[in-house]
Design a protein around this ligand. Sequence first.
Ligand code: SF4
Ligand code: SF4
Length: 74
Amino acid sequence: MARKAKRISIDTKLCKGCHICIAVCPHGVLKVSETVDNRGFFLPVVADIDACKVCGLCEMECPDFAIVVVSSDE
Ligand code: SF4
Ligand code: SF4
């Protein structure tokens, strides 16, 4: 059975809105927020958690260890 994500957490203190996670996600799970945060960053938000295959690419490529994907089987 294909893996599914139970939760995708983005640490809003660590994230600096570089959007690498959005660029590397092969399944369009993440998108840019339409609102700016209090530091002036457009952070990523989860657009479609059901499309996540828990491949881990976003976690591996995030330079700030700001995104964590929790599998539904964890
Ligand atoms: S784990 Fe993979 S599919 Fe899920 S959001 Fe990250 S890059 Fe996209
Ligand atoms: S790659 Fe990391 S720091 Fe960059 S936008 Fe995504 S979660 Fe934030």
